[in-house]
Design a protein around this ligand. Structure first.
Ligand SMILES: *Cc1c(COP(=O)(O)O)cnc(C)c1O
Length: 467
């Protein structure tokens, strides 16, 4: 395989991709495969001799697609979306062709400068204040870890970096239980510890109670702990919970705490001004993350972190040994100093392609449709016999239970979920809310239509009618 052959096989791959996407609706969203199926199809050891690309390509077709869950399937309503617009796929193909390592300005000048501009484009598109700069990570998990490490070091006067954590004050972080598990992971990995992540009580709307936050911080200070930061969520993964951002930031600021807002999924919706009430006050945050790779259509992986002032994070994560210095260029951003890994992919290109190929207005139309269709489908489910909405739509996410007379609702709902996903026409996943096993519905796939979405109540009705 050389570059000449690459041209031919790229063409074959593009043809295959077109057909794959054209026929995706005919495939079950979740594959009919069991653990070990793929292992059984792969040789136990790597080949000694070079193999023919035609054979490799055939094996790909025979083994892989049938054992994949199809995230780009228009009836994927599980988890959150991981949308890949065709324009972002094309950008990835071009980034692959160049395959640069964008760790420093001078290792990838256009990538570096495009990253700066794309962060600005997105900041303005989301309606964030123009003091924010930022960077692109692989995932929201990494961005949140970066923010938590920054909280730690800011609270320790940057002494943890050199002296380690032993003998330092015991730090505390604050978040509600509606936050994503990446916050727990961040607390663990940053050496702060799960036990020092205080879960603040939520109000009737499942948002953090600011008075409880204030009380927890004061109690910790009185007990000799050192509060370090507050992590807030907008559109929590379970049911879409949103903390009251302005009120919580006010408490955090009063205690001089660093603040991070996780809007990994819901952030994309903020390109529509009518949804910005969900994160009212966000301009006061130190750090905000959202994933263009979820709802905006920018192919995985792409997480954008906005920073009110990058200095504290650069002081925490940046390290500039002699061999990474760029002579005579102090004014440039070397984004590896803003993020955890040194090596970085050229992720800005797919943002550029996506925003230009669909325009903000095209992307807004998609998100508005998803939100409207989600409300429609929630209403349709609510009137089906024995179905109950448990949480109302937040943007395009809601949950429901199936509770036929004489059956345990949690068990009946779990059994129904298994039936739905074995049926394969739609794909849904579960969460536990207030002790109830519930099915989540999120509408957000890039190519889904109203008919795709209305297939949800149709399938539910069909599967439960014969009971
Ligand atoms: C998806 C999600 C995450 C995790 O995102 P990754 O990019 O997969 O790390 C974190 N928080 C929220 C609210 C999410 O929706």
């Amino acid at each position: 395989m050389d570059h000449k052959n690459l041209r031919y096989w790229s063409g074959e791959a593009a043809k295959w991709a077109e057909e794959y996407h054209a026929n995706l609706r005919d495939r079950p969203v979740r594959p009919l495969t069991t653990p070990g199926d793929t292992v059984a199809k792969l040789p136990a050891i790597a080949p000694e001799a070079a193999e023919d690309m035609a054979q490799i390509f055939d094996d790909f077709k025979a083994i892989v697609p049938g054992a994949m869950t199809h995230w780009q399937h228009p009836r994927f309503f599980a988890y959150f979306p991981a949308n890949a617009s065709p324009a972002s796929m094309l950008a990835e193909q071009l980034a692959n062709a160049i395959s640069a390592q964008a760790m420093l300005w001078q290792t990838a000048p256009a990538a570096n400068e495009m990253e700066e501009v794309m962060v600005r484009w997105l900041r303005d598109a989301l309606g964030l204040a123009n003091h924010f700069t930022g960077t692109i990570h692989d995932s929201a998990t990494t961005a949140t870890l970066s923010a938590i490490l920054t909280m730690r070091e800011r609270a320790l006067d940057y002494k943890g970096l050199s002296a380690g954590l032993s003998g330092q004050p015991r730090l505390r972080l604050y978040a509600s239980a509606q936050n994503h598990s990446s916050v727990d992971k961040g607390a663990r990995l940053a050496g702060i510890g799960q036990d020092n992540l205080v879960k603040i009580a939520t109000d009737a709307n499942h948002g953090m109670d600011p008075a409880a936050l204030d009380a927890a911080i004061k109690a910790d200070i009185a007990a000799g702990y050192k509060p370090a930061g507050v992590i807030l969520c907008v559109g929590g993964t379970s049911i879409g919970a949103c903390d009251p951002i302005a009120a919580c930031l006010k408490i955090a600021k009063a205690h001089d705490l660093y603040t991070h807002v996780d809007a990994a999924w819901a952030g994309s919706a903020m390109i529509c001004s009518e949804f910005r009430g969900l994160w009212h006050g966000v301009d006061g945050a130190d750090s905000v993350v959202f994933n263009p790779h979820k709802w905006l259509g920018v192919q995985f992986d792409c997480a954008v972190q906005f920073l009110a002032d990058p200095t504290a994070q650069i002081n925490t994560l940046g390290l500039r040994p002699e061999y990474l210095k760029t002579q005579g260029a102090d004014e440039i951003n070397n984004y590896n100093e803003w993020t955890v890994p040194l090596g970085r992919r050229f992720r800005a290109l797919k943002i550029w392609f996506t925003l230009r190929a669909y325009g903000l207005s095209g992307l807004r139309t998609r998100i508005r449709n998803h939100v409207a269709w989600s409300a429609q489908v929630a209403e349709a489910i609510a009137v089906l016999p024995d179905f109950h909405l448990i949480t109302a739509p937040v943007l395009s996410l809601f949950t429901f239970q199936y509770a036929p007379a004489g059956q345990d609702a949690n068990t009946a709902t779990a059994n129904l979920l298994e039936q739905i996903n074995n049926d394969g026409r739609i794909y849904l996943t579960q969460t536990v809310h207030d002790g109830k096993f519930v099915i989540r519905v999120q509408v957000g796939q890039f190519d889904c239509t109203e008919a795709d979405v209305m297939m949800i109540p149709a399938v539910l009705n069909e599967l439960t009618k014969s009971d």
